[in-house]
Design a binder for this molecule. Sequence first.
Ligand SMILES: *Cc1c(COP(=O)(O)O)cnc(C)c1O
Length: 434
Amino acid sequence: MRSISNNNGSGNNMAKKNPPKAQSKNTPVSFYETFFEKRLSDLHKEGRYRVFADLERHVGHFPKATFRDAAGHPREITIWCSNDYLGMGQHPDVIKATCAAVQSSGAGAGGTRNISGTTRYHIELEKELADLHGKPEALVFTSGYISNEASLSTLAKLLPDCVVFSDEKNHASMIAGIRGSGCEKYIFRHNDLEHLESLLNAVERCRPKIIAFESVYSMDGDIAPIREICDLAEEYGALTYLDEVHAVGMYGPRGAGVAERDGQMHRVDVIEGTLGKAFGCMGGYIASTKAIIDVVRSYASGFIFTTSLPPGLLAGAVASVKHLKTSQVERARHQERAATLKKLLADNGLPVMPSVSHIVPLLVGDARLCKAASDDLMLYHNIYVQPINYPTVPRGTERLRLTPSPFHTDADMNALVDALCDVWENLSLTRAAA
Ligand SMILES: *Cc1c(COP(=O)(O)O)cnc(C)c1O
């Protein structure tokens, strides 16, 4: 049951079938260049060549930004696809803490964690995160991607004869970690408890097991049955590893995520999160038991052999986590805005996909059209929504993924819906079934 998303990042089967044949030792560089250009033209043909938008965000004007087109001409646009879900990247407390730490400690940390790069800011942030998740300890990484890759590969590799059970929609970083461990793995159908149980049941009881899954799945906006997965883990003696990247800061009374909201946090063995999305900064982490944190700290290559995060970033993250532990206004407004947008889209016959979270996906179903819709929104309406194509989502489910924030006003929403109706009309895109 290998899914498309579990093949994430490979997408080069053609390259494997037709490997480039270097003729001789003196093969000219242009031979390689031509080969890579061919691979790029494949992406263009499929309409999924990635084009980055040149953006300049401005403090105090979230979600507006200056966009510069290919010729360098600037104009003001509204961002509708940021993962700075709550605008915390420009919260006054976060900016103040970041600036103060840079002023007092400088730009960089000066080393890896082991060799002079552990600062008091690391210690403070890890305490803050352990407390957030009600775990004895936490460990900070340079990104959420690295935290998943490093932690999963290390844990699964160290456990003798370990088997990993992975949700088919798991993020590329978890897949990379599981692959990197080299251990046996089974992919269970998305959020499918019966399938998970049948796979667990087929493996010898005595073998160590890890169930790896996410809480909020960021492309569909659906949520895992955390309680039931923990029940299965208990029954079959498996360790639970939960990616709460799209939930931390946004769910639960203190912003610890969906496991907190659902009263299951104490049952999840490893909680992984990011500082780069709702917390508005950058970096990743895991929170877990003393031994698990210590073993990842001691064995994970992706944690050990890299310069640690700088003081400014860490101080900003501490301020952000602290703020969202007590403040409910951002979370409440965020949920209200998401619900309002979903209703507005549906009322206007736009094909909003079912989502029980703050994520608002709009189905297009074709890579070229998805890109065209995004281009037209930017060109004619000053609205920025990046197209989401394969391999991020399965082919045929290409979409625009909208992320409303507490700062998107009713006027922003009306402008968005008018623009979408116009684009849907012009490109003859499929409307929602009436
Ligand atoms: C974005 C993302 C990550 C990676 O987090 P970064 O901090 O951006 O590296 C991990 N898991 C999921 C589900 C994500 O969407």
